[in-house]
Design a protein around this ligand. Structure first.
Ligand SMILES: Nc1ncnc2c1ncn2[C@@H]1O[C@H](COP(=O)(O)OP(=O)(O)OP(=O)(O)O)[C@@H](O)[C@H]1O
Ligand SMILES: [Mg+2]
Length: 451
């Protein structure tokens, strides 16, 4: 029987503002770039064109032609699950997530020529075991034709990412600092070979790259009042609501572009429109603007460490991930606050997807052996990490003899990962006691077998 590891697996980091995916076969993985731009990340954006859902960079481009049919950041909407109007239709957040996942799957299969057999989707550490967003994410992936789906916490994945310099060692405490587009997330993880343990986590919902973009956009509005005010007036006078929306989007995109440039150069000079005056900004000015926001991220980390009773000196390192970590001010702030070694990923916005891809082959054969005795008719039961699991499907039919070591059933553990329940001794299933889809507990009798 083939194991779980030799078939193509799609690994997806579905972010608030951008997503990334990789196809993993055994030890090798390939990123799935957005076909429109060739960039490794896809904007988490959709555009309803009246007939079909356009996603990623193409949706991002269409937002100017029809701003009211465009949406992004719908990952945030999953908790409230309120439908949103796009053009002439309403869409639930999970339908929008599913649209992006459908495109990721199609592109993965187109590029690598093989159907995806299994999927790992990373989720924020804040989605606890009973959080409905876990089931929503699984449902969205299944609606996208992806299955079976397992969930992996983003900081666990990120801590497997390839870092410059020596990798963290087992036992080390790593503070994951993830500055994304929409949110800031931090988690304290203990490094292990096969599964990093999340000791605690915290997040700030309105503290991401796009909040820096809007601070900068405000500054551009006030610095450039002389030339921007007439543009705003003429957009308003055009009697078209989209014109005002478009100008707002243009200024925010301009701010974002300036911010990105300042990660690479200490000063920037750029133009909103070909004939508007030059806008100049220095890295130091941007850092000053972002400082209150970065201070909040540091306070969030400190509070987490306090709650966990771990002094900064107890940290082996701080891992900087998320696109926001490209800003030099981030490493400076974190270094200044904690004075601990920093680990950086070359492309921090890919840390989560690359880490998840590296976790897969390391996670080994994930099997749980039956605890049985040797009497004639034996109940099959298992000790399940976390105490319970969802039985997804039986892998064996009653009446069919099997040798020891045969996978009997596939389950999803409380943590979200997939495991196989394996026969400890040879036998033949006499009767299955629970149907697929059931929640099952440790020691519960799942089937009767004759040995
Ligand atoms: N060169 C750069 N300099 C500064 N910021 C950048 C750079 N490149 C990307 N970013 C910012 O990174 C953010 C996106 O990061 P990332 O892709 O990690 O977020 P996400 O995973 O979508 O969001 P979240 O983690 O909140 O769900 C955006 O705000 C973007 O502007
Ligand atoms: Mg992210």
């Amino acid at each position: 029987m083939s194991g779980m590891s030799d078939q193509p697996v799609l690994v997806v980091d579905f972010g608030t503002t951008s997503s990334a995916a990789a196809v993993v076969v055994g030890e090798t993985s390939h990123l799935v770039p957005d076909p429109v731009t060739g960039a490794a990340t896809w904007p988490s954006a959709v555009h309803w064109d009246g007939e079909s859902m356009i996603v990623g960079a193409l949706a991002e481009r269409r937002k100017r032609s029809e701003p009211t049919a465009y949406a992004t950041e719908f990952k945030r909407g999953m908790a409230a699950d309120v439908p949103m109007v796009l053009g002439d239709r309403r869409f639930r957040p999970i339908e929008q997530v599913a649209a992006v996942l459908t495109a990721l799957r199609a592109e993965a299969e187109r590029r690598y020529g093989a159907p995806v057999r299994r999927t790992v989707v990373t989720i924020p550490a804040s989605y606890g075991p009973d959080d409905p967003r876990r089931a929503q994410m699984i449902a969205a992936a299944e609606a996208a034709g992806l299955g079976p789906v397992e969930l992996l916490p983003e900081p666990v994945a990120a801590a497997f990412a390839p870092v410059a310099g020596p990798p963290p060692v087992p036992g080390e405490l790593v503070l994951v600092y993830d500055l994304g587009g929409g949110t800031f997330d931090t988690a304290l993880v203990r490094i292990d070979e096969r599964w990093h343990e999340v000791l605690g986590h915290s997040a700030i919902d309105d503290c991401g790259g796009r909040d820096i973009d809007s601070l900068l956009a405000n500054r551009i509005h006030s610095d450039g009042q002389q030339w921007l005010a007439p543009l705003l007036v003429s957009a308003a006078n055009s009697q078209s609501a989209p014109a005002t929306l478009r100008l707002g989007m243009a200024v925010t995109d301009f701010a974002k572009r300036i911010k990105h440039q300042l990660s690479d150069t200490p000063t920037v000079e750029d133009f909103l429109l070909p004939d508007t005056p030059a806008y100049r900004l220095t890295r130091a000015e941007l850092a000053e603007l972002a400082a209150p926001l970065l201070d909040r991220t540091i306070a969030c980390c400190r509070q987490l460490l306090d709650e966990l009773g771990v002094p900064p000196a107890g940290l082996g390192s701080v891992l900087l991930v998320g696109g926001g970590a490209r800003m030099p001010a981030v490493a400076e702030a974190v270094h200044h606050a904690f004075g601990r070694p920093l680990r950086q990923v070359e492309e921090p916005e890919l840390a989560t997807v690359l880490g998840a891809a590296r976790w897969l082959p390391r996670s080994g054969p994930r099997t749980i052996r039956a605890s049985t005795d040797t009497s004639q008719m034996v109940p099959l039961s298992f000790v399940l990490p976390g105490g319970w699991a969802q039985l997804l499907r039986w892998l064996i039919v009653p009446g069919q003899p099997y040798p020891a070591g045969t996978p009997l059933a596939r389950v999803r553990l409380a943590g979200g990962t997939l495991w196989d329940l394996v026969a400890a001794t040879p036998g033949t299933i006499d009767r299955l006691l629970v149907p697929p889809g059931s929640e099952v507990a440790s020691h519960q009798w799942l089937a009767l077998s004759t040995s």
